[in-house]
Write a protein that binds this ligand. Structure first.
Ligand code: SF4
Length: 816
């Protein structure tokens, strides 16, 4: 049988790292410069080089590549050289590789790594291949300090013969690995071609969903899909993505979830496909803090034994992991412990040879946590599958927000005051800055301008212990920048462990705050200053937050033209809200689909009690009526029910009524969610639903809380849910600012800031009732607003709604 040769793609950077990385994990000298800071530096350096050599002969991101044919496979090597100077007057060529670091080095030799040298040498070879006339080109490594923008560089002539020899040697060293990868990819592609859908039944809507996913992958679109419970979301996204994999040209599949628990579903889908013959390697990534076994250490070989000599022991560890198809955190921990290397770094290195990476949203989008090796440079177009994507709105806002607090500063102050005169000076100026903010609260004035003269009083929103402005705090920025500059200068050489730990934590917090201002701050941000509790010196704690109100532009920048993405959840309506909040208003690269529920609509009774008022002012008057109605409707039915509320305070009001009314009734059991419930208590609460038929169980919980979504009470475990109110978030200054922002952006601030987030929680809670095709149950929506026209427009299509006065409402028990 004729088989196409496998095509294996690798970037110049990855090839250099794979072959020439050696010794220990990098310390803070490089580690402190994030990919994004590095990109910003590159742009600045490139501007400087253009000024030095002239516009016309300097080229950045110069694409180079070659294709090598072997007996069983083809290898395509490609990359973009940072900068190439082609001087036509002298016929000279200089290939410059730019590296950033955060040290003040005196000798360039102390900065050069073998991987950097390899990269520029391979670029030289690729350049020679495409320029037959080129001779004796110069290769340069230029190291730019993030601290003072000064650079050190090393250049040399690298002849055609030298370049060719270096490249041949590199490929000889890589050939074994390339052979292994190609063998795997051949087997994988064959198995994908032969793979059938792993389940006997394709559920209603599932086919449409899979077709839409495949079409989006082909057209490089971002798909936003509302896929109701029961449709089989995970397999509907993973199956077509895996079918697409042979065409993805090196791209991987990232299956990202908001919670660890939901990863098991993705894992199960992969196991089911493997049981049908699929050959595929996958890995589940765990957060760094869960993998780090040297909790008190730093990622620096002088302090952490698992960083020391990491690369010299890495290959043996990887060799063991190559034998596994599915790699779990426990495999990584076991192998890392055996070889005494860092488990966190090992899981990242193992992900290189896996096609499916099951991870958290942060691994893809968070500016500080995202996997640099896949998302800092867009070498390949990856497929990103975002499960429970309704969470992305709040999660993405958090990812792009940053906070600096007085308590964080005071924790580091004893160290900052003693390690250098400069850090002492700037940290005390920062202490004074917080004192001025505190003074503004004391005086009950908008006086942020005492600390930031550029901020006018009229531009400050004032609330109790709350101030907000849109103006960038320039004084704070300059002060913090100067402090970080001097910390970074010291950090790499600081030997005292405790001081180093304290300083490192402060530095990364502060540096992230600066990065948000430098790279992301725009009119989607607001600066909030809040006062709360007390910090170590007995004063109020003051926090300054760069609050990202809407991260859609940032997400769109990561995805558009770079990666395929599918955002999916059971609650993605109204569609326009989710699309606007996930990828912005632009519709050229994104599309939406809404799939019908696969469950018989008659299995769910939806009742609206149109005479119940739950606004804040009405609550005292309607509490008794709500408690009475709930008890009347379930009276005599020994089933399990839940009642959801918009807040703990409201829940406790109704709980006291329910409790009083049922205290003499041994057949009714009440349970209530409490604030700060531990894992054991949550488990105990949920476990109670496993019992059924002995009593009438009423579990009270808050909307959007632990029991409001993500729990699966199938069959008799849950018969019905009462939802009190429409789930609106509490009114606050912060919400009002959000509302104003959306009013300006979309012309409907209330809906975007209050109504839609509330509706999302209602739908999530309602979604707890029917979990499979045999489930039958009811939802009682207890608020007159559900009957209003604007809410009717939001009702899911599969709902069969009956509206009642609360005294008349009846559940059709015979149908359940
Ligand atoms: S074990 Fe922990 S401290 Fe050591 S390198 Fe890994 S993550 Fe860093």
């Amino acid at each position: 049988m004729y088989m196409e040769k496998a095509l294996h793609k690798i970037s110049v950077r990855a090839l250099s790292e794979r072959i020439y990385r050696s010794g220990s994990l990098l310390g803070a000298g490089y580690g402190g410069v994030s990919g994004l800071d590095g990109t910003r530096m590159h742009q600045r350096v490139f501007r400087d080089i253009k000024n030095e050599y002239g516009e016309d002969c300097v080229f950045s991101e110069y694409s180079l590549g070659t294709t090598l044919e072997y007996e069983l496979f083809t290898i395509q090597i490609s990359g973009r050289a940072d900068c190439i100077i082609e001087d036509s007057n002298t016929s000279s060529v200089n290939i410059i590789e730019i590296k950033t670091h955060n040290r003040v080095a005196e000798k360039v030799e102390s900065l050069i790594l073998p991987t950097h040298e390899a990269q520029v040498k391979i670029y030289a070879h690729l350049y020679y291949l495409s320029h037959a006339e080129a001779e004796d080109i110069t290769i340069t490594l230029r190291y730019v300090s993030f601290l003072n923008y000064q650079f050190l560089e090393k250049s040399r002539i690298f002849t055609r013969d030298e370049a060719s020899e270096f490249f041949d040697n590199t490929m000889a060293l890589y050939l074994n690995e390339a052979t292994r990868i190609s063998n795997y990819e051949n087997a994988r592609n064959e198995s994908i071609a032969a793979m059938k859908f792993p389940y006997t039944v394709v559920r209603s809507g599932q086919k449409d969903f899979m077709k839409a996913v495949l079409s989006s992958l082909k057209h490089k679109e971002t798909l936003i899909a509302e896929a109701p419970t029961g449709i089989g979301k995970t397999i509907s996204t993973l199956y077509p993505s895996i079918k697409w994999l042979p065409s993805a040209e090196g791209g991987k599949i990232f299956y990202a979830t908001a919670k660890l628990a939901t990863r098991e579903v993705a894992d199960k889908a992969l196991i089911d496909m493997r049981n049908r013959g699929l050959v595929i390697k996958s890995i589940q990534l765990a957060p760094k803090e869960q993998m780090c076994t040297a909790k008190e250490e730093f990622c620096d070989s002088r302090f952490c034994p698992f960083a020391d000599g990491y690369y010299s022991r890495l290959n043996a560890a990887l060799e063991e992991l190559h034998g596994l198809d599915a790699i779990y955190p426990e495999d990584i921990r076991r192998v890392a412990e055996k070889h005494r290397i860092c488990a966190h770094e090992l899981q990242l290195d193992a992900s290189n040879f896996c096609d499916v990476i099951i991870c958290d949203y942060n691994h893809i989008f968070h500016p500080r946590i995202r996997l640099q090796r896949y998302f800092a440079v867009n070498e390949f177009c990856h497929t990103i599958l975002i499960d429970e994507a309704h969470n992305m709105i709040s999660r993405s806002r958090d990812m792009f927000s940053a906070t600096l607090s007085r308590s964080t500063l005071l924790t580091a102050l004893p160290v900052l005051s003693t390690i250098s005169q400069k850090t002492e000076k700037y940290s005390h100026q920062l202490v004074d800055y917080f004192t001025l903010l505190d003074y503004a609260f004391e005086k009950d004035s908008a006086g942020l301008n005492m600390a930031e003269p550029a901020i006018k009083e009229s531009e400050v929103v004032i609330g109790e212990d709350f101030r907000a402005t849109r103006t960038v705090p320039k004084n704070l920025y300059q002060l913090l920048w100067a402090l970080c500059f001097h910390i970074a200068n010291i950090l790499a050489d600081l030997e005292d462990r405790e001081k180093r730990r304290i300083l490192t934590e402060f530095y990364f917090e502060a540096r992230f705050f600066l990065t948000i201002i430098e790279l992301y701050f725009d009119n989607a941000y607001i600066i909030e200053v809040t006062r709360s509790g007390a910090c170590s010196n007995g004063q109020y704690d003051i926090s300054i937050t760069l609050d990202c109100l809407d991260a859609s532009d940032k997400l769109a920048n990561i995805l558009k033209d770079n990666h395929n993405a599918v955002f999916f959840s059971a609650t993605m309506s109204p569609a326009q809200y989710y699309r606007s909040m996930i990828v912005g208003k632009e519709t050229t690269f994104s599309r939406m689909i809404q799939l019908p529920s696969p469950f018989p609509p008659e299995n769910l009774q939806v009742l609206i009690l149109k005479d119940i008022k739950t606004t804040y002012q009405e609550r005292n008057f309607t509490c008794d009526m709500i408690a009475r109605t709930i008890l009347r409707m379930i009276s005599g039915h020994k089933e399990n029910f839940m009642v959801f509320f918009p807040s703990f305070a409201y829940m406790e009001m109704i709980y006291s009524r329910l409790s009083k009314a049922t205290q003499q009734d041994p057949d009714i059991e009440l349970m209530i969610q409490t604030q700060g419930m531990g894992a054991e208590d949550k488990k105990h609460y949920l476990d109670r639903f496993n019992r059924h038929g002995d009593k009438t169980l009423l579990g009270l919980a808050v909307l959007g809380g632990h029991f409001g979504e993500g729990i699966d009470l199938v069959g008799d475990r849950l018969k019905g849910a009462f939802i009190v109110g429409v789930g609106l978030p509490q009114i606050s200054k912060e919400r009002e600012i959000l509302s104003q922002y959306f009013q300006n952006k979309f012309g409907d601030g209330f809906s975007f800031a209050y109504k839609f987030p509330g509706w999302e929680k209602v739908l999530q809670a309602a979604g707890r009732v029917i979990r499979d095709e045999n489930d039958k149950g009811f939802i009682v929506l207890m608020d007159e607003r559900y009957s209003r026209e604007d809410y009717r427009l939001l009702w899911p299509e599969h709902w069969r709604v009956a509206e009642y006065l609360s005294d008349e409402a009846e559940i059709f028990w015979d149908d359940l």
